[in-house]
Design a protein around this ligand. Sequence first.
Ligand SMILES: Nc1nc2c(ncn2[C@@H]2O[C@H](COP(=O)(O)OP(=O)(O)OP(=O)(O)O)[C@@H](O)[C@H]2O)c(=O)[nH]1
Ligand SMILES: [Mg+2]
Length: 307
Amino acid sequence: MERFLKIIVSGLDNAGKTSILTALDKKYDFAKDIVQLKPTIRVEYHKMNFLRNNCVVWDMGGQETYRDIYINYQDVYFDATDLLIYVIDIQDSNRFNDSLEYLNAILSFFSDSEMDVPIIITFHKFDPELKADEETLVNIKKLREKILDEYPNFNILFQQSSIYDIISIVQLVSYGLSVFDRKFFELSELLEYYLKIFNSHALILFDRNGIIISEFYNEIAPETYVELIETIKEHLYILKRMDEEKTEGNFDFTSSEGKLFSYLLRKKIKNDIFFISAVLREKQKEKFFERFPEFLDDLIKILDQLI
Ligand SMILES: Nc1nc2c(ncn2[C@@H]2O[C@H](COP(=O)(O)OP(=O)(O)OP(=O)(O)O)[C@@H](O)[C@H]2O)c(=O)[nH]1
Ligand SMILES: [Mg+2]
């Protein structure tokens, strides 16, 4: 029988769990639908595919009644979990303690059952306007330290996310899936290496659904970052259209400012489609195209083992 990876998405009610999953489903055109979401009743199941992996995502309604049920029937709900994504509303500081308690109940079950479950904790509702907010940043730091202190034996990755920052949502999934295969780290290392060689701002590898498989960014000034995110967003739309229209071949374009050059390549490897995105300064273009074939070869070598 085919095995499905079980991914659990937990956290208090109103934390934004269903919003995150809806954002992914609707891919890049979702803001309206999310505002009208109703609280989740018990558990909703979403199926998704990622490279070789079939996943079932359990969106666990976080209202207190449901939380009590899950904790009372822990082995029904939390058994055989492959990945836990735990969502903490970073704007709801009054309920940090409730959230930590719930997290503790779940992690205690994992410990008692000797389950070694990778965990991603996302500080959610970290909206773009909060990126420089002192209080929020301190809260994130404190929560992080507290959790790391309390659970030294767990493998925990931390993230910030917001439905108003699509890259952060896509990143969340990429992180999640990368815990399943060491090859993903090799990919990431490869991107880091070529990012330096190209002297580029960003190198991103997407699967056919626009899920980021791997990515690497350069340290850049905040204003360039905004421009970069805009460019990548454009990429995501184009990528979706290319897939819908079954366009063959390459695609490249420059951003409207003319300062950044943005390149998107659609590449068929075995029977899968991938998109490779690079953003760099206009003046680095020549160097980039010189070394790009080499990069592509190395990339395919790793991807070949993954698909
Ligand atoms: N500001 C902000 N609001 C968000 C964000 N994500 C979700 N929300 C809002 O948070 C509210 C709750 O979102 P849901 O996704 O329904 O929360 P949930 O965690 O699924 O809640 P339960 O199903 O009850 O467990 C909605 O009004 C969303 O619009 C975000 O990134 N930023
Ligand atoms: Mg929900």
